[in-house]
Ligand binder design. Sequence first.
Ligand code: NAD
Length: 437
Amino acid sequence: MKITLVGTGYVGLVSGTCLAETGINVECVDTDSRKIENLNRGIIPIYEPGLAPMIKRNVDAGRLNFSTNLKDSVKESQAVLIAVGTPPDEDGSADLKYVLAVAEDIGRYMTDYLLVITKSTVPIGTAEKVRNKIKEALAERGANIEFDVASNPEFLKEGDAVNDCMKPDRIIVGADSDRAFRIIEKLYKPFVLNGHPVIYMDIPSAEMTKYAANAILATKISFINDMANLCERVGADINMVRRGIGSDSRIGNKFIYAGLGYGGSCFPKDVKAIIKTASEYDYDLKVMKAVDEVNERQKESIYHKLINHFDNNIKGKKIGIWGLSFKPNTDDMREAPSLTLIQRFLENGAEVTAYDPAAMEEARRRLGDKITYSEDSYGALVDADALVLVTEWNEFRNPNWTVINKLMKTKVVFDGRNIYEREILEQSGFKYYGIGR
Ligand code: NAD
């Protein structure tokens, strides 16, 4: 069986590689010719643990190829999976221009029956739009070729994407023809054999499932951050409260860590997109609006603490930042809280020196010479007036406070992820600020 994966980003590259790992022939197609050239030379465009050796193994076995030629790839494939980006449009809705451009090309190039599966996160009703685009392109050619559409939203987490893809909690499939279900069953059989469920449903329910999943995860984060802010005011510690509520199996202990809010390429845009979808159906999605609002506020919470600490004047202060990616184990900085904080620090006249274990190249691309970059974590703290921990990479968890004490000019630590203990820091001579403690 041969399939085409269109869009060789975090989702397309990881899921294409994982499908190749099960023995399927996969061609990953992208319009970014540099990315494809690099992949063909063995250069991997993203940082994702475990991905590089898996790509190499499958390329060497001849099961995984990279190309910019959608036309040839479509002709040889039984199924095409669309995994291109769906960035937010100006009004918050998901911009479908890339998805629909691919659909049009598929209609132009297909020569035989094809199953067209959407993996990108797309609003309810997109599969129908994809179907219509393909129909129009076929009609233009005067071609009458059968095809089906299906929705197979992706749930992988950046930083643990390979694992998520190989051992998914569940695979969601929305389709409306037996032929489509049979092809998808074949595609995902190796995963089912390992006991991971494939949940079949109608197409709108599959599209909705992805948004509902991200909506509840984002809600948990904004909920705990809201509680954390109240904890600070009433003299409670959110870490204690988290442990207290997380031990209730109805609540669970995942996704209830207070911090600097959610970022990344999914939650911010998907929360906005589902609010927009609801408004198009004349429904006011009040909970999600509040989730979004709380998150925007939370990204700045450390900034307010820092500026208060320095009596509203941080001009010329040197701020050392640990962590730039939106979460650990990725180089992705899309919507990262670090960007919000850095912007606020710079516009108030502070100087920023930053270090991240994986996102330095991405940071240089985004921020250029607005900030200084350090080769290692301690280098970012030389003569610093403050340390701001933004991303909880493992290497930041147990630093040598004696060394840091000697390096920093002013001994103050802003712990945006609550990974340090106030007592230990105070004993080491630091002033400590956390979130909700
Ligand atoms: P990405 O930006 O990393 O990659 C998208 C790729 O699509 C790019 O390489 C781009 O060049 C390519 N592309 C754009 N138009 C194209 C076209 N016409 N033909 C071929 N290639 C084209 O995006 P991503 O993070 O992989 O996300 C893709 C989709 O999956 C989005 O809808 C996203 O919401 C969803 N998703 C992402 C994640 C995640 O963790 N990143 C998780 C689940 C779902």
